[in-house]
Write a protein that binds this ligand. Sequence first.
Ligand SMILES: *Cc1c(COP(=O)(O)O)cnc(C)c1O
Length: 519
Amino acid sequence: MSAQTGPIRPAGRADAIHLETDKPVTLTGARGLLQDEKLIFELGGWDKTGVDLPEPELDASDLGDLVRAEPIGLPGLSEPEAMRHYVRLSQKNHAIDLALYPLGSCTMKHNPRLNERLARLAGFADIHPLQPISTVQGALELMDELSYWLTTLTGMPAVALSPKAGAHGELCGLLAIRAAHEARGDARRRVLVPTSAHGTNPATAAQVGYLVEEIAQTPEGHVDLADLARKLGPDVAAVMVTNPNTCGLFETEVVEIARLTHEAGAYFYCDGANFNAIVGRVRPGDLGVDAMHINLHKTFSTPHGGGGPGAGPVVLSEALAPFAPLPWVVHRDGALDLREHEERSGEDGRPQAFGRMCAFHGQMGMFVRAYAYMLSHGADGLRQVSGDAVLNANYLKSRLQDVMSPAFQGYCMHEALFDDRWLADTGVSTLDFAKAMIDEGFHPMTMYFPLVVHGAMLIEPTETEPKGELDRFVVAVRALAEAAKAGDVERFKGAPFHAPLRRLDETAAARKPKLRWTA
Ligand SMILES: *Cc1c(COP(=O)(O)O)cnc(C)c1O
């Protein structure tokens, strides 16, 4: 990979191999509507502002020697300048509102605008977590209804709404598991995780203080039951399995995994991030799951990206429910209330809730969006969500499998996984292929994950893609695949040619981030 750190204009080499040879490089660096844009610190100045306020009558004596002598240095902009800056920036990136985003629900699927409208209702958007309970009955009712839907869809008796992401939900689930073992005086030390697990699974187990041990995977992409049985023992606190797994396959032996886990006195944690593939069809509670997080920002379409906000409620089995974190909604004297302090207690009289996951109650805006998604689909519509998610992935798989190499045979769940065998001897790598997709107007698929598949390309269209868009994607990917096989290596090695920035040194960016715009 070339280690370019600055913007490279699409000149020279790009023009040499693309159809645009007859088009001159522009004089301004703009490419039609795609404007060159400076950093906000370069554009703005402390002396510019979008608002005109009277000079404050400040009593400087209150601040003593804390009074600032220099301008604060914020990059002021007038309102139209600020607006244009952010609109121009937004046009430099791929977006779910532009085209299919094959990272799938893991990053973004279509967020229905109805959900946005409801989340902005003042009764939800403008309330404060410390308001008197009598003034937020509607919000509590929504949380209560959401809990009802989540427990019904999963077949589990309890749910903790407050975790704010999938990984936060994993932490919540494992803290409940640790509390349950500790309540019995059973200090177990190990957590078993399959090799194909999402990285957050082993990271969470380690964070909670457990030793993480890997369970092998079969050549067909499933948990190796014999290896699991060998590694289970009186020291194992939990087994964490993603279902459907990160290879896009349903763990058909999940009931046996749960049975073996329980037989060893451990709890069965299911990573439910991929619940959109099974919602309305399978209830994890029926499979023997003890704890599972649900990413509202994946399955139930609440928007996320750039680190948040998400919501990762955790459903809990009968055995773990007493250890659920505070707070939770309760019905009291014909009204709703929030249980903020532990009133139940274990046999020894001590409270059992393991504590709290966050200061207040979780992401209210996400609860509203997810609940709106549930109500607008209804029970039958949610069942169709999983059907469409699986159908769309299998459609892509079947339309691409003659030019690419599927990692596993047969039907997949919500994502189609290919390896890089089909690129052998072409001189094109998975990374090059992904970069060339940017030139064709699509975001790359997940690359090099799961780690158990060589040069992995994981494509998740999600249930919200119409057939026309899937076909447009197929045409682009097939054309690229044929170009790679025909030896058109240049198209891939230098890609992307049409993006505002080309190949960046991502390792240096992660290891030595420049956090200031000036040296
Ligand atoms: C997304 C995902 C997670 C983590 O969820 P976050 O909300 O990003 O913390 C965990 N496991 C799997 C399988 C996922 O897809």
